[in-house]
Design a protein around this ligand. Sequence first.
Ligand SMILES: [Ca+2]
Ligand SMILES: [Ca+2]
Ligand SMILES: [Ca+2]
Length: 335
Amino acid sequence: MSLLTLSLLSACSDYGLERQLSEPAVGPPDAPLPLLPTPEPYPAIDVEPSFHDFGAGDPWSVTTQPITVTNRGHAVLEVSGLRYDAGSSELLFSEEEATNGPLPWVLQPGESRVVNVTYTPIDEGADEGLLVVDSNDPSRPQADATQVGAARFSGFTTGWYIVNDDTPYDLTSNPSYRVDYDGDPDAFWYEPSGNHGMTASTDVAGDFAALRDYVIDRAGGPTPVTGPLSFYAPSELPDMMEASFSYILCDFWMDPSDDPSRYAISSGTVDDGVRIIVNGAILGELTYNQSGSWPLTNAVPGTVNTLVVILEDNAMWEKYVNDLAFYRDGVMVGG
Ligand SMILES: [Ca+2]
Ligand SMILES: [Ca+2]
Ligand SMILES: [Ca+2]
């Protein structure tokens, strides 16, 4: 057999014609070709969107992106694993077990499950997360989807979040925190967020996050920083027996190359007292008619920092803080 014949035979065998060339034809010449075997049905995974850019969001603003896992094949898809890799806690994945049930998921052809990725930017670094889905799709046993995002920083702060609360709270229940003068810092132990105004905290990060949430949840939108902030309310609280607590919160940031010791938070006179907290650390306190200033040495450049001022009132007739402001090298900063 010549080489040419061999290659012809081999090429023709791909089309089921080998017999016609190598043997005498049987049956009528226009007999139908034998049917090719029907391929086994298989599952086919689809993860959409495979790429999502959250864009530039405001610091601490939460955005959720649903991601849909669909079986586009013709056999049952079994999703056996979900993994989320992100460089930071700003991107969080939820497999929504309450609605989707535990793994493995069994998806009939055409069926879908929706999971969520939540993005909360808190610093200037860009973020990227990768969702990897393991399944029995024979052609793509690992499907994935990427999410990216970054924070937008315009100016020094997000503005003031202010909670003006005149609810009275008892000040006499704990002998270790006896309130016996106007603005006594012992009163901060009784503030109602559940975190005792960071008094003697043994979980600074957790307690401060909870305190921050408490204030943000009650504050409504932030007030732009246009100048020193003053706050005033009348008071009828019985002296040293009860206190009310108001809160002023501000997220702020500095360029990664900036020096936090050039910055200070400053307060004019108060009635009856304030506690100044930055990133969970108590920088200082003022009692009635005092004023003060504290360098922001514990702030972290290139990251969102949080100031919380707790204003306590524990005696009538007034409650106030005057001229709260940030300074850099002695010049007020805001915006
Ligand atoms: Ca980031
Ligand atoms: Ca005391
Ligand atoms: Ca007062």
